[in-house]
Design a protein around this ligand. Structure first.
Ligand code: GLY
Length: 590
C-alpha cells in the first residue's frame, strides 16, 4: 500500500510539475499594505540561484480571462465569455471541460467549492463537497485487527457521493446567464472529437499504471497495454454521452437518471456502497463566504465544510496584529508566518468539521480578538512546539483550482477534486469517468494517522450524509476601495492554505506583481509534523541558521502547491498559472 501511495504521489508531482529547482528568498519592501498597492508593485529581487527570475509577466487580458490547469479547459471558459457568457457560465464550462481534458483531477465523480463575487457586490459560495454514503459508518475502514485498511484511498468503497454536477448546475442556475446545454458544448466537443495526449498525461498514466490497471480504466487509458501515447488523439465517447445526457436532462440525469443508474451499478459490481438513494438525496449547499479583512483589503473565502477559508482568515488575522511585518524572506517574516500557520492549523485540525453535524466555532476562530490572543503566544525570537494534538496530511497535489473574471468584473474562484490523482482509481466505463476517494479526508480513525499521515479529531469522524473536511480555499480579494483585486486558490492538500495565503500576502503585503508573487519561494507549517517546510534553498543559509537557533525544525521540500490566479492590472487582468507546473496549465482570455 505504501509503495502504491508513493507512486501515486510521484505521478501527481510529475503531472503538476513539482520537483525541480532550487530557490532563495526574495527581498521586497515590507511597507504596510495600503490602498496604493495596485499601482505600487515593486520588483522582487530573487537571488541568482532561485529557480525563477523576478520580473516575468503573466497573461494579460483586457476584458476576461480563465486560469486553469488545462489550456483546453481555459479556452472552453473563454469561448463561453466571448459568446457573451459571464464568469459563472465560463467557470461551469471550464469545470466540465476539466472533467474531459484533465482526468487526473477534473471531474464529474468528485466535488468542490466555488466562491462567486458579482460585479454588483453580491457574494456567494457553493459547497458541492461529496458526502458520506448512507451506508458509511465510523469504523468502516478499520480491519478486524483494528488497523486502518487502504479502502478509504483506493477502490470502490473509497468514494463519497459526488457533488460536482449538482454544484455546477446550482451555480449556473443562480448566477449564470446561459443554459447547461450551452455551457456543456465545449466539453462535449472535447470528449467527442478528443484532444491530443501530451507527454505529461502520458507520464502521469505511466506512473499510475500499477493501481489504475487494477480497475476498468485499463482498456481506456492503457490501450494495447500501454499508456495513451503522446501525440495521439484521445476520444471519450462514454463521457461524451454522459455530458450529452446532462445537457439534455439537467442534473437529474446524474442524480436520478441513466447516468446515476450506471454509476450505482458500476460501483455495486466492485463492492461499492453508493446507492440510488444517496444520489437522489445529494444537495449542494449555498453558504455565505467568510468575509474577512487584512489591512483594509477584503477577502471572501470558503467556509466549512472546507477548512481553507477559516485557516487562511485566522493566519492572516494573526499576521495583521504585527505593526509591520519584517521584510519578505527575513528571519522575522518567516518566524511570523510559520507561527501564524502553526496556530491556525492547530485549530483547523481539532475544531473544524461539517457544521451540520458538529459545532464549529466559526465566529471565534475568524475574529480579530481571538487572533490577538493567539498573537500573545508567539514569542519573539523563539519557536514554540506544537502541542501533541494532531498531525495532518503529509503531502499531495491532486486537486485543481481555476480562477475566472469576465468583462463586467464578475469573479469566480473554484477548487474541485477527486482527492488523489485519478481519485480512487475506479473508472466507471458506463458513464466514462473516475470516482473520488474523498472518504480519506475524514478522520477515518480519529486520533490516528490515515494513509497520508492525517490525524484529525472527532469533529471530522465519518457519519452517513456528512461532508468530509477539506483544505480547498477558493478566495476573492477586493482592494480597500472595494474593487476586485485578486481571484486565487490552489491544489495541494494542506499546502493549498499556505500557498494561497502567501500569494495574497505577496501582492498586498509585499507589493509584488502577480508573476513575482507566484514565483516567490513558499513556506509551510501545518502544526504537526512540527516542522517548518520551505522550498529547497528558499531560505538563505544565514536565515535558515537563525531559524534553527530559534528552535524551528526546518524541512526543505521540493515544490509547493499548484496555484492559478488572476489580478486586476492597469490594462485589464493579468493571469498567472502555477510556474512550478510543467503540465498544460494556461490562462486564456481576450
Ligand atoms: N481532497 C483534498 C481536500 O479537499 O483538501
Amino acid at each position: 500500500m505504501q509503495t502504491m501511495i508513493v507512486r501515486r504521489f510521484r505521478a501527481g508531482l510529475t503531472l503538476l510539475g513539482i520537483g525541480v529547482g532550487a530557490c532563495h528568498h526574495a527581498t521586497t519592501s515590507s511597507a504596510p499594505p495600503d490602498s496604493r498597492a495596485i499601482s505600487a508593485h515593486f520588483p522582487a529581487h530573487f537571488p541568482v540561484d532561485w529557480r525563477f527570475k523576478a520580473g516575468e509577466s503573466g497573461t494579460v487580458a483586457p476584458t476576461a480571462v480563465v486560469a486553469s490547469n488545462s489550456a483546453l479547459a481555459s479556452a472552453a471558459g473563454d469561448e463561453i465569455m466571448r459568446g457573451d457568457g459571464n464568469a459563472v457560465d465560463a467557470a461551469v464550462a471550464t469545470g466540465f471541460a476539466l472533467a474531459v481534458t484533465f482526468p487526473f483531477a477534473g471531474n464529474l465523480g468528485g466535488g468542490g467549492y466555488m466562491v462567486i463575487r458579482m460585479a454588483d457586490g453580491r457574494t456567494a459560495a457553493v459547497d458541492y463537497r461529496e458526502i458520506a454514503p448512507l451506508a458509511a459508518s465510523r469504523d468502516m475502514y478499520l480491519g478486524p485487527d483494528g488497523k486502518m485498511t487502504d479502502e478509504s484511498v483506493v477502490g470502490y468503497r473509497a468514494s463519497g457521493v459526488p457533488g460536482a454536477v449538482a454544484g455546477m448546475s446550482a451555480a449556473l442556475a443562480r448566477y449564470g446567464t446561459k443554459s447547461l446545454r450551452e455551457v456543456l458544448q465545449p466539453a462535449i466537443r472535447l470528449a467527442d472529437e478528443g484532444f491530443v495526449v501530451d507527454s505529461v498525461l502520458f507520464t502521469s498514466l505511466d506512473h499510475s499504471r500499477d493501481y489504475l490497471e487494477r480497475f476498468d480504466g485499463k482498456t481506456v487509458f492503457y490501450p494495447n497495454g500501454e499508456p495513451l501515447q503522446p501525440g495521439t488523439r484521445f476520444r471519450q465517447p462514454a463521457l461524451a454521452r454522459t455530458l450529452r445526457l446532462i445537457a439534455e436532462q439537467g442534473q437529474d440525469a446524474f442524480y436520478k437518471g441513466e447516468v446515476g443508474d450506471s454509476l450505482v451499478a458500476g460501483m455495486k459490481r466492485g463492492g461499492g456502497i453508493i446507492t440510488k438513494e444517496d444520489l437522489a438525496r445529494y444537495k449542494p449547499e449555498w453558504r455565505q463566504p467568510i468575509a474577512s479583512t487584512y489591512h483594509g483589503y477584503k477577502l471572501f473565502t470558503m467556509p466549512p465544510s472546507s477548512s481553507g477559508g477559516v485557516t487562511i482568515t485566522e493566519a492572516l488575522n494573526i499576521l495583521e496584529t504585527f505593526d509591520s511585518l519584517p521584510p519578505f524572506g527575513s528571519v522575522g517574516y518567516t518566524h511570523a508566518l510559520a507561527s501564524a500557520y502553526q496556530r491556525a492549523f492547530i485549530d483547523r485540525n481539532s475544531k473544524l468539521g461539517d457544521a451540520a453535524f458538529v459545532h464549529v466555532p466559526l465566529d471565534k476562530l475568524t475574529s480579530k480578538s481571538y487572533a490577538r490572543e493567539l498573537r500573545k503566544t508567539i514569542l519573539p525570537g523563539r519557536a514554540s512546539a506544537t502541542p501533541a494534538l494532531e498531525r495532518t496530511i503529509t503531502d499531495g497535489n491532486h486537486t485543481t483550482h481555476y480562477s475566472v473574471v469576465d468583462g463586467a468584473g464578475n469573479a469566480v474562484a473554484t477548487t474541485t477534486t477527486i482527492n488523489n490523482g485519478y481519485g480512487s482509481g475506479v473508472y466507471l466505463t458506463g458513464p466514462g469517468f473516475f470516482m473520488n476517494d474523498e472518504m480519506d479526508d475524514f478522520a477515518a480513525q480519529p486520533g490516528k494517522p490515515n494513509m497520508f499521515g492525517l490525524v484529525q479529531g472527532e469533529q471530522n469522524a465519518i457519519a452517513p450524509g456528512k461532508r468530509m473536511l477539506s483544505a480547498m480555499s477558493p478566495t476573492i480579494v477586493l482592494d480597500p476601495q472595494g474593487k476586485l483585486l485578486l481571484v486565487v486558490g490552489a491544489a495541494g492538500g494542506p499546502r493549498i492554505i499556505t500557498a494561497t495565503s502567501q500569494v495574497i500576502l505577496n501582492v498586498i503585503q509585499n507589493h509584488m506583481t502577480l508573476a513575482d508573487a507566484m514565483r516567490a519561494p513558499r513556506l509551510h507549517h501545518q502544526a504537526l509534523p512540527d516542522t517548518l517546510r520551505f522550498e529547497e534553498h528558499g531560505l538563505t543559509p544565514a536565515v535558515a541558521d537563525s531559524l534553527k537557533a530559534m528552535g524551528w525544525r526546518l524541512d526543505p521540500v521540493r515544490g509547493s502547491a499548484n496555484v492559478n490566479a488572476i489580478m486586476r492590472a492597469a490594462s485589464g487582468w493579468v493571469a498567472v498559472t502555477e510556474p512550478r507546473d510543467r503540465g498544460p496549465s494556461r490562462a486564456v482570455g481576450h
